[in-house]
Design a protein around this ligand. Sequence first.
Ligand code: PLP
Length: 424
Amino acid sequence: MTNKKAFKEATQFIAGGVNSPVRAFANVGSEPRFISQGKGAYIFDIEGNSYIDYVQSWGPLLFGHCDKDIQKACQKALKKGSSFGAPTLLETELAKLVLCDFPHLDKIRFVSSGTEATMSAIRLARGFTKKDKILKFEGCYHGHSDSLLVSAGSGATTFNSPSSLGVLEDVAKYTLVAKYNDLASVEELFEKHKDIACVIIEPIAGNMGLVPARQEFLEGLVKLCKANQSLVIFDEVMSGYRASYLGSYGINGIKADIVTFGKVIGGGLPAAAFAARAEIMDILSPLGGVYQAGTLSGNPLAMAAGIASITKAKKSKKLYEKLGKLAKKLTGGMKKLAEEKALPLQTCYVGSMFGYFFTQKPVLNYEDALKSDLKLFSKFHKHMLQRGVYLAPSQFETAFICSKMNDKMIAFTLEAVRESFKRI
Ligand SMILES: *Cc1c(COP(=O)(O)O)cnc(C)c1O
C-alpha cells in the first residue's frame, strides 16, 4: 500500500481522510504519510520510509516514540482494566505530582483533551466571577470549543466573528480578541467592557508558529486582570513540561489564576487538566454550581502514562537544558544557512520547542506571522520530507525536540536544510 492509495481510501470513509484537519497536508499541497510505527526520534510510513520526527504527535512525546518506561507503565495499568468510571489511586498520584511544584495551584481536575481543559476553565472563570465576556488573543489556539473559535474583526468593525461555520455570532460576541504582546490592545478592551470574566492566553504561543510572550507584557496582563477582577488563564497545554519542566511559570515565575495542561501530561495518551487555587476549584460540581464531567476523565492508562512521563521529566534535571541545546543548534544552523542563501528566515526556541518563519522581520504577533512566505515554506517542507525530515505541514506550528534526539540527528537535519535551501 502506498501513502497515496491509503489516503484515497481514507477519504472515502473519513471526512477529509483525517481526524484532525492539519494532518491532511493541504497547506503544503501534498498528501499525508500514513505512519506504521515510531521508534525514539523516528517514524516510519507504510512505504517503509523513515523520518526524523519533529512533530512528536504535536507535542506530547517528550521522550519520543515507544519510550520503554511509559510503555511499561501503560501495560501494567492495562492488565488491571482499561477504565472504571470510579476513582483510582493513579489520579491522586498524578494530581500530587503536578501540583507540588506550583505554589499557586491547589487543586486540579483531569479531562481527556486540551479542548475540554480550556472550555472548562472558561466556564469556571465565568462561574467564579459571575461575568460573561472572555478575552483571547489573535493567533492563539485553545482547542475547538465554540467560544474560542473566534477571530478579530477587521480594524473597522467592533464585533468579532466566528472563525468556523456553526459557531453562533451570538456566542462570538462574548469573545473579545486582542493583539498578542500588545498591552494597549488589552487595556482598550478593558476600558470598553466591564464584564470580562477572564483573559485566556498561551504564555508561550505555539499555534501561530512559536511566538513567546514578552515578560513585561505578561506581567502587565496579570496586573490589568487583577485591577479589573478578571481571572487570568494560562493555557499551557503545549508549553507545560515542554518549554521548561514547569512551562512558562518555570521560566518567568508569573502566576495565573487558572492553568491548563495537556499534551505531555498524558505522555501520548489522551489526558489534559485544569488547575487553580482551592477557592476557584471548589465551585466545581459536586462541591459547587459549575458543572463539568467526563466518562473517561482520569483514565487509568492515561494517568499511568502521564505519571511515567512527568516523573521521568522531573528526575532528569538536565533534560530541558539538553533539549534546549539541540534546539539552539538546529535553529542557529538554519539561520546561518538561510543567510548564506539570502533567504528571509526568523527562528526561535524555548526549551524543547522551536519555530521558524520565512519572513524578513521578527515575529511578535499573528500579523507578523502572517507575513511569512507560504510558498517558500511549502517548497521547503516538501524537500525536507524527501530527505527524511518530518516537519509539521504548516508554517504556523511549533516543532519539538524529544529526548531521543542527539547532535548527529541535528547535523543530519541541517544537511537536509542545506540541500533544501539550495532548491527553493
Ligand atoms: C493542542 C492545544 C489545545 C487543544 O488540545 P487538544 O487536546 O487538541 O484538544 C489547546 N491549547 C493549546 C495551547 C494547544 O496547543
